[in-house]
Design a protein around this ligand. Structure first.
Ligand code: NAP
Length: 313
């Protein structure tokens, strides 16, 4: 199937292009981006032109930041194309609902992807938790924003979600592996005085069986990068670490910390299956947790953030 990729930036070049070129399902037939291109692939800067001149391209995969994504997604759906969305699926829940309604009305596939759900050990964690009674879950997602998002101003603007941009990956795993739905009850958001979005957050959740559930997200972390989910249960303790690549049950580990490479190939295999089956997949639970944390969160103003450390006086 022919696919066009929109928003040729960091994640498109790091993950989408290699996954597409290795896929038996897809041919990357065109790109849409104001500046970015992929060598050897037809490049467009205007979606209307792409849609009109390439009726043979049935799928548009959007990997630009969340705020500008809705308009392009809706335009593609209205032109009868299936749409695949990078995470988060939009800047607001209302946008996502509007896209879902448009896709359903037209009989098109809308796939809101959550790449972290496709980390190697997430299915095993889900299976292990299925028959356990959860007592406590702790999410610790601490990374260095300068290392992973250099020069990306949009993450600090309204709709950019700040530390919830990676944090939503953790929440996509949590909502996948837990057998019960949770919701946010409280949050504290640390917002740099020169930014619109949090650089760190602590979140508390309601769990229907009374399990204690908390998450800590911090983008100021320069040491060992930490992407851990710990679950204490009546049947032992689970640690899902390295973003879902390694699973430890009562201290016995399996998986490979460097094995996140399967995430994007699995996303594109799933998109191919959805299109073939005439189905959609738009689970908005991770997005709901983030928008609720942003709605309920108590803001604390913290030191300004500068992409490069400030020069010594
Ligand atoms: P990015 O490199 O900053 O942006 C991707 C491209 O989108 C840019 O190169 C730009 O291309 C286009 N773009 C940026 N702002 C735009 C705007 N206001 N209007 C129209 N186009 C705009 O971001 P990214 O890191 O690839 O992230 C994109 C999405 O992927 C985000 O939702 C992010 O959460 C998700 N994601 C990122 C990572 C990661 O490690 N970076 C991992 C997984 C998922 P042109 O200037 O050429 O138009």
């Amino acid at each position: 199937m022919k696919i066009a990729l929109a928003g040729i930036g960091k994640i498109a070049l790091d993950q989408h292009v290699p996954a597409l070129s290795d896929s038996p399902d897809w041919e990357l037939a065109a790109t849409l981006s104001r500046h970015g291109t992929v060598p050897g692939v037809e490049a467009h800067t205007d979606l209307g032109t792409l849609l009109t001149t390439r009726p043979d391209i049935g799928v548009i995969s959007l990997c630009l930041p969340p705020v500008p994504r809705f308009a392009l997604a809706m335009q593609a759906l209205q032109a009868g194309r299936h749409v695949m969305l990078e995470k988060p699926p939009g800047a607001t829940l209302a946008e996502c609902h509007a896209l879902q309604a448009a896709a359903d009305a037209a009989g098109l596939t809308l796939y809101a992807t959550w790449h972290s759900r496709h980390a190697d050990m997430v299915p095993a964690a889900k299976a292990w938790l299925a028959d356990k009674r959860l007592k406590r879950m702790t999410v610790t997602w601490k990374e260095d924003v300068r290392r992973w998002h250099p020069g990306q101003a949009w993450i600090w603007e309204p709709g950019g979600m700040g530390v919830f941009d990676p944090g939503i990956n953790a929440l996509s795993i949590v909502t996948e592996i837990l057998p019960h739905d949770i919701h946010v009850t409280e949050a504290v958001l640390d917002v740099p005085e020169n930014c619109q979005t949090p650089i760190a957050a602590q979140v508390g959740f309601y769990h229907p069986h009374g399990a204690e559930m908390t998450a800590v997200f911090d983008w100021r972390h320069e040491g060992t990068q930490t992407w851990d989910i710990t679950a204490e249960t009546d049947g032992g303790t689970l640690l899902l670490s390295d973003g879902g690549a390694v699973l430890s049950i009562d201290g016995v580990a399996s998986g490979d910390a460097d094995a996140l490479a399967g995430e994007y190939p699995r996303l594109y295999a799933r998109m191919a299956a959805l299109v073939r089956e005439g189905q959609g997949d738009c689970d908005l639970r991770p997005m709901t947790l983030v928008t609720d944390a942003l709605a309920l969160g108590r803001r604390r103003t913290v030191a300004p953030f500068h992409d490069s450390p400030a020069p010594a006086p």
